[in-house]
Write a protein that binds this ligand. Structure first.
Ligand SMILES: NC(=O)C1=CN([C@@H]2O[C@H](COP(=O)(O)OP(=O)(O)OC[C@H]3O[C@@H](n4cnc5c(N)ncnc54)[C@H](O)[C@@H]3O)[C@@H](O)[C@H]2O)C=CC1
Ligand SMILES: O=C(O)/C=C/C=C(\O)C(=O)O
Length: 487
């Protein structure tokens, strides 16, 4: 069973134990570009999930004992093939999730390859730390833990999936991956790539399906040893409850409502351009600085420049090179975003920009929207909209700016725009966020610790943090032969 998407053949069955497996049930992937169904996929239930976990458990026996060099070689091979297939991966992903084709070609798919390369290289230089304590040698090693379950969302499907799959495989775990049902297709292409690379059967498995069915069955499976979840807080709570039953270690990368602080001494052009960039991917970015906080003395100048720039955003078909932002992922998500905007308007707020669907384009295209001065505590300031909706407020001085930045239950990212290096360090040290960018945004290096505070998540991934999570860290103590025999 397969679908032809933008000229690329995509197998729409599961990938379990190195072969394609079908289900009796189906679900459809609908393209956000024009809301047409583009593929019918196998829809897993508990039986297929169990089959995948069993295959992964079997494969773990040899993969966990495969040398680090061989694991790294295979991951590099996967990266080579991803690089050779950037174009087909990019066109399928754009059709499936509506993100910009040019971003997929130039940034996202190369990052997918980098996810594999980076963790392959990090594995080889992972320091198996030794230290001496009173003639006893302590040795710390990162041992593979077992089957890792990985569940990720649709806003950057292959990049977010491989950001967890690559370190899990590098760590010697085997993987059962449940891709997002709103953008499931490139996961299947990845399965083909792992086979072409020569990854042994059962090491990487894909179960396609719906979150509350296949995802829930995977999260509660008693044989998984790690659970990495990226998605919403509501789903995270359900998953945590299931995982608690089996005491499975969790890594959660969840939502955000990040502050974007602009001080009067900031480079105004840079601050405005970067602020307008928070609409990228049609606002479907967990890290986005959706609460713009501007120092009062430059508020009018900032707002004027922001509005001019934001009005120039070109919205349209994400396959068009000149498009800046595309559609929302799905009709339910579009309605959810619109619900937030409608309730804000009903509460008396007037959007300074946008405030509804893009009627010229129709479909799932939602206009970049800005609310100025929403009251403290209002829903639009508190909750993650995950659409092209920003809020702008102003603050009198640094302490007030920091207090407003921290007035959230989330703590994923913060952006600080200032020309004063000392202020940058001071503010950074006082904002609660897993990632703080000063005078920049989304500058990523895979050695960085990535994750959030509060409702934005549990744990960190990236570099050694990923190995700490996917591995059973072991400390061994070696005494000299005969040590202590004579008292
Ligand atoms: N911190 C981070 O790195 C990132 C966080 N996100 C967050 O993800 C959210 C958007 O993604 P959505 O797909 O709407 O989230 P979601 O929580 O609805 O779905 C995410 C994944 O979980 C699965 N799922 C849904 N219900 C499940 C259940 N009961 N048991 C097991 N699995 C289940 C889905 O099939 C999907 O694969 C936003 O809150 C966003 O901030 C998105 C990207 C990165
Ligand atoms: O760079 C990462 O590892 C993760 C980035 C997350 C997003 O791009 C997102 O959720 O939009």
């Amino acid at each position: 069973m397969s679908a032809r998407v933008e000229g690329v053949e995509v197998d729409t069955r599961h990938w379990i134990g190195g072969r394609r497996v079908d289900s009796a049930d189906r679900f459809e992937s609908i393209s956000p570009i024009d809301e047409t169904p583009i593929a019918a996929l196998a829809r897993a239930g508990a039986a297929e999930v169990d089959q995948a976990v069993t295959a992964a458990g079997q494969a773990f026996k040899t993969w966990s004992r495969t040398s680090r060099e061989e694991r790294a070689r295979l991951l590099h091979r996967i990266a080579d093939i991803v690089e050779a297939k950037v174009e087909s991966l990019a066109v399928v992903e754009t059709r499936d999730n509506g993100s910009l084709l040019r971003s997929h070609r130039r940034g996202v798919m190369p990052r997918v390859a980098m996810n594999f390369r980076f963790f392959a290289d990090w594995l080889l230089q992972l320091d198996h730390a030794d230290f001496e304590v009173r003639h006893h040698r302590n040795h710390v090693s990162w041992d593979p833990s077992g089957v890792a379950a990985i569940i990720t969302p649709w806003n950057a499907p292959l990049m977010l999936g491989t950001w967890r799959i690559a370190p899990a495989l590098a760590a010697g775990c085997t993987v059962v991956y449940k891709p997002p049902e709103w953008a499931p297709l490139t996961a299947s292409l990845l399965a083909d790539i792992t086979a072409e690379a020569g990854l042994p059967e059962g090491v990487f498995n894909v179960v396609q399906g719906i979150g509350r069915e296949a995802g829930a069955a995977l999260a509660r499976h008693p044989k998984i040893r790690r659970l990495s979840f990226t998605g919403s807080v509501a789903t995270a709570k359900q998953i945590a409850t299931s995982a608690a039953e089996n005491l499975v270690p969790l890594s959660f990368e969840l939502g955000g409502k990040s502050p974007y602080l602009v001080f009067a001494d900031a480079d105004l052009d840079l601050a405005v351009n970067t602020a307008v960039g928070q609409y990228d991917n049609a606002g479907q970015v967990c890290l986005a600085g959706t609460r713009i906080l501007v120092e009062e003395s430059i508020r009018a100048r900032f707002l004027e420049a922001f509005m001019a720039k934001a009005r120039a955003i070109r919205q349209g078909d994400p396959r068009d090179e000149t498009t800046d932002i595309g559609p929302q992922i799905s009709r339910p998500h579009f309605e959810r975003v619109d619900g937030y905007v409608r309730r804000a308007i009903a509460s008396g707020l007037k959007p300074a920009l946008g405030g509804g669907p893009n009627k010229d384009l129709g479909g799932l295209y939602y206009r970049p929207t800005l609310f100025v001065d929403p009251p403290a505590g209002s829903e639009i300031l508190r909750e993650e909209v995950f659409g092209p909706v920003l809020c702008l407020q102003s603050f009198r001085d640094e302490p007030e700016g920091i207090a407003m930045a921290n007035d959230t239950e989330y703590g994923l990212a913060a952006i600080v725009m200032t020309g004063d290096e000392k202020r940058a360090e001071r503010v950074t040290s006082q904002v609660s966020a897993g990632l703080v960018w000063n005078n920049c945004f989304f500058v990523r290096d895979l050695r960085q610790a990535f994750g959030g505070n509060g409702k934005s998540g549990i744990g960190r991934e990236g570099g050694t943090w990923s190995f700490d999570f996917y591995c059973d860290v072991k400390n061994s103590v070696y005494a000299p032969n005969g040590w202590g025999k004579n008292g």
